[in-house]
Design a protein around this ligand. Structure first.
Ligand SMILES: *[C@@H]1O[C@H](CO)[C@@H](O)[C@H](O)[C@H]1NC(C)=O
Ligand SMILES: *[C@@H]1O[C@H](CO)[C@@H](O)[C@H](O)[C@H]1NC(C)=O
Ligand SMILES: *[C@@H]1O[C@H](CO)[C@@H](O)[C@H](O)[C@H]1NC(C)=O
Length: 339
């Protein structure tokens, strides 16, 4: 008979505890997190926080008018004390489209802003001509390119927001998941345009702002969450947020909620969303050669996502000067454009 002794089990127990702590397998309400932001969607069973996102109620509510600077609604009072740059004259009058011409970014945790991130903000300023831009996050990025961003680029604000650590009471261990929830929620609350900091805007989003909601196609089974264009309280976003009610904290669930779920919802509610098939997110992550090696015709592109995980992204202006590839062209196009 084989006897299991405690001594033999100990190494396994140690590895298990190590993994459990590292990957936060238990969703214990550590006191550490008690001050953080919670999100609740009342259509789900549990109620924790005061975010108003009930699909049935927001579908009935008329949309508020496009927000202006004074109406930034981030559910965080710090916004007025955290402005990092204030310009009292918006550069473009409101054009009454249902989606306000405002740009939102998310920044969670400590991270270094890169040359590409600088170009992303600059491209948004130059080509989308937003009324203002807001970086929502728990910490400002750092580094020389962040410093250049806040000195070069006007009308950009930092809004202090806590990282969402729970959704419907379920712990959200991955910052990418928190970022997805926060971006959808931010656009739902304020309307406007959310872009990832590795997206370059290449021309005005005016045509897309006429829709209630726009996403770009990433693959035949997914719509990207790296660019979200929507009017305040767009019904589609409400459905998308509600899909997170069944959130389970597995790392591979990221694509399920952020990419597959909007694809499925778009099939169910085609009248609530405009899907931009080609001109937002192409070249896509599954065709990196078009971006990093080829010369893609981007004349019709509203934007381009620089999929930095799939190839080398230049880190200095010198590197892009003679780079004859799609990525070289678009980065140069943004870098050389006048502020
Ligand atoms: C926007 O709407 C307001 C009020 O309805 C109107 O006075 C203004 O001229 C409109 N602006 C544009 C650019 O259409
Ligand atoms: C950026 O600016 C801050 C504040 O002025 C400064 O402390 C920091 O050293 C600067 N960082 C770099 C990399 O220049
Ligand atoms: C860039 O590469 C393309 C082919 O990929 C070529 O046709 C073009 O002449 C090149 N341009 C320059 C400036 O080298």
């Amino acid at each position: 008979m084989y006897k299991v002794s405690l001594g033999k089990l100990l190494p396994f127990l140690a590895v298990f505890i190590y993994l459990a702590v590292t990957f936060k397998l238990f969703f214990i309400d550590w006191k550490l997190y008690e001050a953080d932001e919670f999100l609740r969607f009342p259509s789900c069973t549990e109620s924790i926080f005061n975010v108003d996102c009930d699909p049935s109620s927001c579908l009935r509510k008329p949309s508020p008018p496009p927000s202006t600077k004074a109406q930034i609604n981030t559910k965080c009072h710090q916004i007025s004390t955290q402005l990092i740059s204030v310009h009292s004259h918006p550069r473009e009058a409101s054009d009454n489209l249902s989606t306000p011409n405002t740009i939102h970014f998310i920044s969670l945790g400590q991270w270094k802003f890169t040359f590409l991130n600088y170009l992303s903000v600059k491209s948004a300023h130059v080509f989308a001509k937003p009324l203002y831009m807001v970086v929502h996050g728990d910490t400002q990025p750092h580094g020389i390119w962040w410093n250049r961003t806040i000195t070069d680029i006007p009308n950009i604000y930092f809004a202090k927001r806590n990282r969402p650590l729970r959704i419907q009471g379920v712990y959200v261990p991955w910052v990418e998941h928190s970022s997805d929830i926060l971006r959808i929620h931010t656009v739902f609350d304020n309307g406007g345009i959310y872009i990832d900091t590795d997206v370059l805007i290449l021309k005005s989003f005016y045509p897309l702002r006429q829709f209630s909601m726009t996403l770009g196609r990433e693959s035949h089974y997914g719509l990207g969450s790296s660019i979200i264009i929507a009017k305040p309280r767009a019904p589609f976003l409400c459905h998308w947020l509600s899909a997170y009610c069944s959130y389970r904290p597995f790392v591979w669930n990221w694509a399920r909620y952020a990419v597959w779920s909007p694809h499925e919802l778009a099939a169910q509610h085609p009248h609530l969303i405009h899907v931009e098939d080609k001109n937002l997110l192409h070249p896509s992550w599954h065709e990196p050669d078009l971006l990093f090696k080829g010369n893609y015709d981007w004349s019709e592109n509203y934007a381009m996502h620089i999929w930095h995980r799939f190839g080398y992204v230049p880190e200095t202006p010198e590197e892009i000067m003679h780079l004859n590839t799609t990525i070289g062209q678009v980065m140069r196009h943004v870098y050389q454009s006048k502020l």
